[in-house]
Design a protein around this ligand. Sequence first.
Ligand code: CAO
Length: 440
Amino acid sequence: MALIEIKVPDVGNVSDIDVVDVLIKPGDVVALEQTIASLETDKASMDLPSSAAGTVQQIFIKPGDKVSEGTLIATVLASAEEAKPEQPAQQAAAPAVAKEDVPAASQPVAAATPAEKAPEPANQPIAAVPEPVQTQESDAAKKAHATPAVRLFARELGVDIHKIKNGSGRKGRILKDDVKNFVKQVMAEGVAQTGAGIPSIPTVDFSQFGEIEEQKLSKIKRLTGQNLSRVWLNLPMVTYHDEVDITEMEAFRNALNAEKSKDDVKITGLIFIIKALVAAMQQFPQFNASLSADGEKLIFKKYFNIGIAVDTPNGLVVPVLRNVNNKGVNELSAELAEKSSKARLGKLMPADMQGGCMTISSLGGIGGTAFTPIVNAPEVAILGVTRAKMQPVWNGKEFMPRLMLPLDLTYDHRVIDGAEGARFMAAVTQNLRDIRRLLL
Ligand code: CAO
């Protein structure tokens, strides 16, 4: 049996090295070259391997201490056969600096080669203190509790290691698995953390505040969420609000519905809004266009298909009414009734939801005075509709009760200028105010 002192070896001309972690305690059985402590300078971090196998007797350092070459770390009681025969008593083991931690271009300042040193144990890692390394790690990252190999792994994956809280290793040490789990979590959060460098929403354990219940999102909700986030991050959007007097339109709609039998599909105001929108798109072709993926050209469409956002128990879906310019209000009413019913029953086919040129999102049946819908890209605009209500409107002589419909136009500002947006809405509202214009 021999009592071996483990000391900080020759680490080059570096002193006052921080002890980040001590990984052994008295009574532990350590193996040869097992990491027993983590040390860190402002240039590199290193694992200190045990130069002996045996039972730890005493530890002389603690996290936060500063050590230099020769500082006594611990004593290990090794049996004769456990102690390395070629290792002189009190020989300090060299800390293992993860080789990968040193960029290929940088040269070690004082890489002590075996020839320059007292005899090194076989397979002993070579002590090396690297040149100041441009790791691009923040100060916080340098303080993160992880081995050089784990830091390197995190850097290779582009992970800022200090963002990983609560490592699962001893005393919160960050392990490779923690880095992997962090990446998985970020991926699962979808576009929340993209190249735009947007910080993700913190994860909160809500159960600490009261009872909770988890419910998986429907596939539609998940896909819609991803799409909306993508659009939100990619498009500079502007929403323009307007209102239009639909008193005459409503009178005409009521007259048409009064002529219908109870089995006929009723005409809702939305059908006139669809017709008015398409008439304006014919007048302003840039609203019936899409920007090419490289942002270099506009693709104009010669067909007029309108998507209608339909609220379903599983989430929002957008069936498309095709060739609206060639269809009358009765035909469109029947088609909207059929497609919105299919949508609610989850029976829409993918083709029913493709080929839209612009989308309408109508909350009018529910309420509201205004909102800011998100463009259904690569379309360039979306029309939002909220609830019409009777208002006193000044006609130059007196206030008259008029049915006023609020409209909201959100557009992709890369394609549509503010003035174009306002002119387009002037055309839409003109068409709705006097629906005879739809015949022109
Ligand atoms: N102002 C006042 N009343 C309105 C109105 C408006 N702007 N729009 C609809 N209404 C009335 C209708 O006239 C109808 O009244 P009656 O029952 O007296 O006939 C009632 O509200 C219900 O209409 P509706 O919503 O069933 O029919 P619609 O043609 O107006 O809309 C559809 C069809 C499919 C768009 C709608 O049912 C729907 O799903 N809306 C939700 C859309 C949505 O969730 N959008 C997403 C927003 S987030 O981007």
